[in-house]
Design a protein around this ligand. Structure first.
Ligand code: ADP
Ligand code: MG
Length: 654
């Protein structure tokens, strides 16, 4: 029988290093986490040659006593936990006692430290796993860990390092997350002597501005909510503020930057109704829970966590984010940008949507406003409406003048009466004229009563219509509404598309769709994990119109599919469902979403179609006058132009 060897600590540490010290950025992460655990308020990270030559982390934390310095290099040596039960209640970032020995096993490491209250500092060097005795060293309170020649003794690993630029990007990325996670700590990151990132401990908004810029932060919702034993806070991008990739997403759980499927899919699904394809939400989300309810000891690099109850976490995060997004979701407002505001009356040749973010906000606005020619049309239309508004003001004045006319009529009667006093006039004629005038006055009063009634009916219908007044349709594409001094342009196609899509989706979710039986049942072969996942979803799938039989060895037979799709690709559908495995709950897989969206798009009224007033009314009623909706592809269905903005166009106000 083969002999079983107890590995030497040097060999053991190198094996552990394989898990903890993946690349230079992981060294940065471990050392900064140690500094944070030591209570540092100021942390400076210096990197040379993308960390291949030097990674140095200097802090002003509690420092390490001389007697403890060598101990830090021993495997499983930690000051953060003692007993097994302590694992249930971890409040520090580190606890495994692996980083220092693992990093030291694959580099030359120097630790210089002066413990708080101590009058002397000390230095230890570890070379190829051998640790020197502490030597006196003049330094400030705190610790400075230098990691030189990373992976010098593990050439295979060194070969896997990426190009400098790429390693540097990863370092910058992890530092960004650490800075966001600890808004009260001052961080500096220097690459080859040049400062790349700097924060001053001034709070989340300040840090976020430092990292992402003001334009991003001003498009965010800042909130704190406590719900179901969780405290959820941070900055999340408004529904129409999205990014082209996932790098703008940070979750900080109990002060630790984590990548966790439950949380990420809850956020993603909350944003789903607003997202265009290949757009991703922006968020820096802090979640605090009792450490008892979360296991951080899942992975050597401690980036993932496990919750005692995933459902509660998913549900809470989902509902909190959805609520914020809905509360803040409004039709985009048309506004000139700062430059334009200061410019003269030259907007006819300019792009009305000035906000830089608006560029990425929606294809809709681009279509409507980007070309000067098109814009001119839109503008003239809006200007026309503004004019007609003014005209209607005039008309209202005239209507008031109805009373004026009445006065005129009375006056004329009086004149005639006076005239009747004229001795040349016959009295009978005077009576006749009175009768005529009385009739005229009565007629006017009757008209006025009708007008009043119509006005009242209109008022009532306005109340029903959420206060919106339908102005009409323009360019056979847009519906114009007015409410409380603001003007709304609605894309008739997008609005109808959303309406049809919601109906299709409801049918689909509630099992209101017919089944179509396949000519030949489709064989779906899956592995064990997939099989377990699918088995748990059979009920939902059946509700959606599928008929599925399970046989042994992970073979599923699909007998029928929802009738909703003429060209249903069973393989594509299940590939999609399985790619969601463990990530999103099977609410509506992306293929279904796309198919329903396509169907809605095809059936929806197109631009270029004339709509009667009653058609407009019924469309708006069907969408419950909810102008904050998006089309299934995430484009807004409406745009708001404020009275102030229009007044500015005409220089009524500046
Ligand atoms: P862990 O962080 O899991 O405890 P490490 O191997 O990262 O394990 O560190 C070992 C120990 O060294 C820590 O528990 C801590 O006591 C000490 N230590 C490491 N870095 C620092 C630092 N920057 N300041 C103070 N103490 C430190
Ligand atoms: Mg540590």
């Amino acid at each position: 029988m083969a002999t079983i060897n107890i590995l030497d600590k040097k060999v053991y540490n190198r094996i552990a290093a394989g898990e903890v010290v993946e690349r230079p950025y992981s060294v940065v992460k471990e050392l900064v986490e140690n500094a944070l655990d030591a209570g540092a308020t100021k942390i400076v990270v210096d990197i040379y040659a993308a960390g291949k030559e030097l990674v140095q982390v200097k802090d002003n934390g509690c420092g390490i006593e001389k007697s403890e310095l060598k101990k830090a290099f021993l495997p499983h040596a930690t000051s953060k936990i003692k007993e097994a039960e302590d694992l249930e209640n971890i409040i520090t970032l580190g606890f495994r006692g692996e980083a220092i020995p693992s990093i030291a096993a694959v580099s030359n490491m120097i630790i210089v430290s002066k413990a708080k209250g101590s009058d002397k500092g000390y230095c230890v060097r570890a070379k190829d796993g051998e640790v020197s005795e502490p030597e006196e060293f003049a330094c400030d309170e705190g610790t400075c860990v230098s990691v030189e020649s990373l992976f010098f003794n593990t050439p295979a690993r060194a070969k896997f390092l990426k190009e400098d630029k790429s390693e540097e990007a990863d370092i910058q990325n992890i530092m960004t997350r650490l800075i966001l996670a600890k808004p009260e700590i001052a961080f500096t990151l220097n690459l080859d002597g040049q400062t790349i990132l700097q924060s001053y401990g001034g709070g989340l908004s300040e840090n976020a501005i430092e990292i992402y810029g003001y334009d991003t932060v001003k498009n965010c919702i800042d909130f704190t909510v406590e719900k179901n034993g969780m405290r959820i806070s941070g900055l999340i991008g408004k529904a129409d503020f999205t990014k082209p990739n996932r790098t703008y997403q940070t979750v900080i759980l109990n002060g630790r930057y984590v990548i966790n499927n439950t949380i990420q899919s809850a956020i993603h699904n909350a944003y789903a109704p607003f997202l265009m394809k290949r757009r991703y939400p922006f968020y820096v989300l802090f979640i605090d829970v009792d450490p008892e309810f979360v296991d951080v000891n899942v992975h050597p690099n401690k980036t993932d966590v496990r919750f005692v109850d995933n459902q509660v976490v998913y549900g809470t995060v989902y509902s909190v984010i959805s609520k914020r997004l809905n509360d803040f979701s409004e039709p985009p407002v048309v506004e000139r940008n700062e430059n334009q505001k200061n410019e003269e009356f030259s907007f006819l040749n300019k792009n009305v949507v000035g906000e830089s973010e608006a560029k990425e906000a929606s294809a809709y606005q681009e279509r409507a406003f980007s070309s000067p020619q098109k814009h001119e049309n839109d503008f003239s239309d809006i200007a026309g409406k503004a004019r007609s508004l003014t005209l209607s003001d005039v008309k209202r004045e005239k209507e008031k003048g109805g009373i004026g006319w009445l006065d005129d009529a009375k006056n004329s009667a009086f004149t005639l009466q006076s005239a009747g006093d004229d001795e040349n006039e016959k009295p009978t004629e005077i009576v006749d004229i009175f009768a005529e005038n009385k009739k005229y006055i009565e007629e006017l009063e009757r008209k006025k009563a009708i007008e009043e009634e119509t006005k009242k009916a209109k008022q009532e219908s306005m109340e029903v219509n959420g206060g919106y007044r339908i102005v009409g349709q323009v360019l056979t594409t847009y519906i114009i509404l007015e409410k409380e001094g603001d003007v709304y342009l609605i894309d008739q196609h997008a609005a109808h598309e959303r309406l049809l899509f919601n109906r299709l989706m409801k049918d689909f979710k509630e099992g209101g769709v017919a089944k179509q039986t396949m000519l030949i049942p489709y064989d779906l072969r899956v592995n064990e994990t997939e099989s377990r996942f699918l088995s748990g979803k059979i009920k939902i799938l059946e509700k959606m119109g599928f008929e599925i039989g399970i046989s042994n060895d992970g073979l599923f037979k699909v007998y029928s599919v929802p009738y909703l799709f003429e060209d249903f690709d069973v393989k594509e559908f299940f590939d999609d469902v399985l790619s969601d495995l463990g990530l999103k709950k099977l609410d509506v897989p992306e293929t279904v979403y796309d198919k329903l969206a396509q169907k809605a798009c095809k059936a929806a009224i197109k631009s270029g179609k004339n709509l009667s007033e009653s058609e407009i009314e019924s469309l708006l009623k069907d969408i419950n006058y909810d102008l904050s909706l998006k089309c299934p592809h995430g484009r807004p269905i409406s745009v708001k132009i404020t009275r102030t903005e229009i007044d500015k166009w005409f220089k009524r106000i500046v």
